[in-house]
Design a protein around this ligand. Structure first.
Ligand SMILES: Cc1cc2nc3c(=O)[nH]c(=O)nc-3n(C[C@H](O)[C@H](O)[C@H](O)COP(=O)(O)OP(=O)(O)OC[C@H]3O[C@@H](n4cnc5c(N)ncnc54)[C@H](O)[C@@H]3O)c2cc1C
Length: 324
């Protein structure tokens, strides 16, 4: 039986972000230390459920049901010996070993839980990354991004609405929905392929000329798709996408987004009804204000032990860290 004194002296390990890295970590820490009363483990995430990021494009196309495939943090925490707190972290007071958590709002913007702080003995940042628009005008106004479950679900709704609209506009004559994706990394490539499968499914229900229903432009600034993977894989992925009817435009740098589509460096318009920006990533900007050493995309610089270079109490895992 644990005494209250033991509880008071137990170290508090706080993990911010329950994604691919953070969720594995709290599960292991909860089983090893939390359940045995050797440490208090707390996970904080801004969402109630976890969806593995590489599956977000399947949420976007409607082929994955989050009701079935998501992990509910609170239930998972109860089973694995850690505690869960809902909230978006927006800063760290390193002098006081405290994280700063934004208020929780309801759908109408009313505060349900006030802004708060939480003390830690060791802090592990695992907040992943978000899309980087590189300051390109029009991206935030006109483009969809697929960084979270909410964004993926919003995209799916917009896509279905666009199908409906294009079908209705021409009476019985269905005009294709024009989709353009900037960035031929994992998100852009997997989304292009998945969208074609979705259109096949839709065609079973109400339309038989599936290829006329969706046109996809995959736009990449570099000379080839999947730049971080070996050329051999990129080549076979290109062939498969072309078989599906995806138009791949490499060496095409987008400089502006307007309501009608993407504008490239030569001032050509690539028209689109629906636009996705998946051209690169960065870490949320509040990390810069923590005083932790960061690189050009705000990743926290850390040592091979994953301890941050700047603060012995702060560790970093996953996409938000960088080991030079
Ligand atoms: C389409 C696609 C395919 C991929 N395929 C592969 C693959 O095959 N193999 C591979 O290794 N990698 C793959 N990746 C990359 C992989 O998904 C990421 O490297 C991985 O998810 C990073 O894990 P993470 O824990 O750093 O961040 P994430 O998994 O992104 O998790 C971050 C978590 O932090 C939470 N969070 C963010 N900000 C806050 C905040 N301020 N306060 C509280 N909570 C916050 C988020 O809600 C989220 O739960 C793929 C990515 C994509 C998009």
């Amino acid at each position: 039986m644990q005494t209250s004194l033991e509880q008071q002296t137990m170290p508090h390990l706080v993990v911010v972000g329950g994604g691919a890295g953070g969720l594995e970590l709290v599960t292991a820490l909860g089983r090893k230390l939390g359940r045995k009363g050797k440490a208090k483990i707390t996970l904080i995430d801004k969402h109630r459920i976890h969806i593995w990021k590489p599956l977000l494009h399947e949420v976007a196309t409607g082929s994955l049901d989050t009701e079935i495939d998501a992990v509910v943090y609170r239930a998972h925490a109860a089973r694995h010996g850690y505690q869960f707190q809902l909230g978006a972290v927006s800063g760290i007071n390193r002098a006081k070993n405290e994280i700063i958590i934004d208020p929780i709002l309801d759908d109408s913007g009313n505060i349900i839980v006030d802004a708060r702080t939480l003390q830690y003995d060791r802090l592990i940042l695992a907040i992943g990354s978000v899309s980087n628009d590189f300051g390109t005008p029009g991206v935030s106004k006109y483009c969809n991004m697929l960084d979270s479950n909410e964004q993926a679900q919003k995209f799916q709704k917009t896509l279905l609405n666009q199908f409906l609209k294009n079908g209705q506009e021409n009476g019985n004559q269905v005009s294709p929905t024009r989709l353009a994706i900037v960035g031929a990394g994992a998100t852009g490539v997997e989304l292009s392929a998945e969208l074609h499968h979705v259109v096949e499914v839709l065609s079973v229900y109400d339309f038989d000329k599936k290829n006329e229903r969706l046109s996809i432009n995959l736009i990449e600034a570099g000379p080839r798709i999947l730049p971080v993977l070996p050329e051999r894989i990129a080549e076979s992925a290109s062939e498969e996408l072309e078989k599906l009817g995806v138009e791949i435009r490499t060496n095409t740098r987008i400089t502006k987004v307007v309501s009608e589509g993407f504008i490239d460096a030569d001032n050509n318009l690539i028209p689109a009804d629906l636009m996705v920006w998946a051209a690169g990533v960065k870490v949320q900007s509040w990390v810069v204000d923590t005083g932790l050493e960061v690189n050009s995309i705000n990743q926290v610089e850390c040592m091979p032990s994953l301890k941050s270079k700047t603060d012995d109490s702060v560790y970093v895992i996953g996409d938000c860290g960088s080991i030079p």
